[in-house]
Design a protein around this ligand. Structure first.
Ligand SMILES: NC(=O)c1ccc[n+]([C@@H]2O[C@H](COP(=O)([O-])OP(=O)(O)OC[C@H]3O[C@@H](n4cnc5c(N)ncnc54)[C@H](OP(=O)(O)O)[C@@H]3O)[C@@H](O)[C@H]2O)c1
Length: 270
């Protein structure tokens, strides 16, 4: 957080109705920030937004920038992991749409407000599992054969690649971009898996996985640390870790950026 009065430090957090996002929003609010939460349930969020709809993202971004023309921190946290293939309101595979295209579009639309608050930061919540991901450029939306884990890992790798590309593009604009790995956390993310829902296994998951409040500490730490060197991410305890090798490949990043621009229908200023 910068040195402005805390209440004027404005954070936008997506997916704050539960899990890591909810704990992150609470931790930022406890530090005195103004926290604008973005999510589907209007009763639990400042701004109603379905991140699986480009129109909804555009409407939400317009409302946010009208009410908060300066944004210090954007936390792209919302995420899904679907067992079966579903599509967004725009007909795009939902994991790709919510986990990757939504942060790309939302960040672009909020960029003027972030620049107005410079030095500002865009945090995107990825996963240490991103290293197992692959970008399938021949079938980004898994139309041929869908696998929920594969779609999720691809999207989390895309989060890292997006962040590294964004950091490069925004160096002269006073906005830093940082990717954070929150650890393995006991949330509702895996709720479509029977072994996660099974009551008799819950104590095991609670023992092995982190509480969302602990993960939120990593996210909040990433909001304040000096941006890690090129090609790195932040994990628990504010530690810097190398990004997955595929994310460090400029050609892979360029291909993903171009494919994303085509799907999201928007590019960033150069
Ligand atoms: N849990 C882990 O072990 C873990 C590990 C590494 C990274 N992560 C990442 O952490 C982030 C948060 O996940 P979580 O574990 O906290 O999961 P979670 O408890 O399932 O929370 C996900 C959040 O995303 C929101 N969301 C999902 N689809 C949305 C949509 N279409 N529009 C708006 N909001 C939507 C959900 O809102 P609703 O309440 O409306 O569903 C919810 O607030 C994700 O990016 C995930 O990939 C999690």
């Amino acid at each position: 957080m910068n040195d402005r009065r805390p209440s004027t430090y404005v954070c936008v957090v997506t997916g704050a109705s539960r899990g890591i996002g909810k704990s992150t929003a609470a931790a930022l609010a406890a530090r005195g920030a103004t926290v604008v939460t973005l999510g589907r349930d209007p009763s639990r969020n400042t701004i109603a937004c379905d991140l699986a709809s480009f129109a909804s993202i555009r409407a939400a971004a317009a409302e946010i920038t009208a009410r908060w023309p300066r944004i210090d921190l954007l936390v792209n946290n919302a995420g899904v992991q679907h067992l079966h293939r579903t599509v967004s309101a725009d007909g795009i595979e939902a994991t790709l749409a919510v986990n990757h295209l939504a942060p790309f579009l939302l960040t672009r639309l909020l960029l003027p407000a972030l620049e107005a608050a410079a030095p500002a930061r865009v945090l995107t919540v990825s996963s240490s599992l991103a290293r197992w991901g692959r970008i399938d450029f021949s079938d980004l939306q898994q139309t041929r054969r869908y696998n929920g884990t594969r779609a999720y890992l691809q999207s989390k790798l895309a989060n890292v690649m997006f962040t590294l590309s964004l950091a490069e593009r925004l160096t002269t604009r006073g906005v830093s971009a940082v990717c954070v790995y929150p650890g393995l956390v006991a949330t509702d993310l895996l709720r479509e898996r029977w072994w996660w829902r099974a009551a008799w296994l819950r104590p095991l998951w609670r023992a092995v996985f982190l509480h969302p409040d602990a993960a939120a500490q990593a996210v909040v730490a990433a909001a304040t640390v000096t941006p890690p060197g090129a090609d790195c991410c932040i994990t628990l305890g504010g530690r810097t870790v190398p990004a997955p090798p595929l994310a460090r490949d400029p050609e892979q990043r360029r291909r993903l950026w171009d494919a994303t621009v085509r799907l999201a229908g928007v590019d960033y200023p150069t």
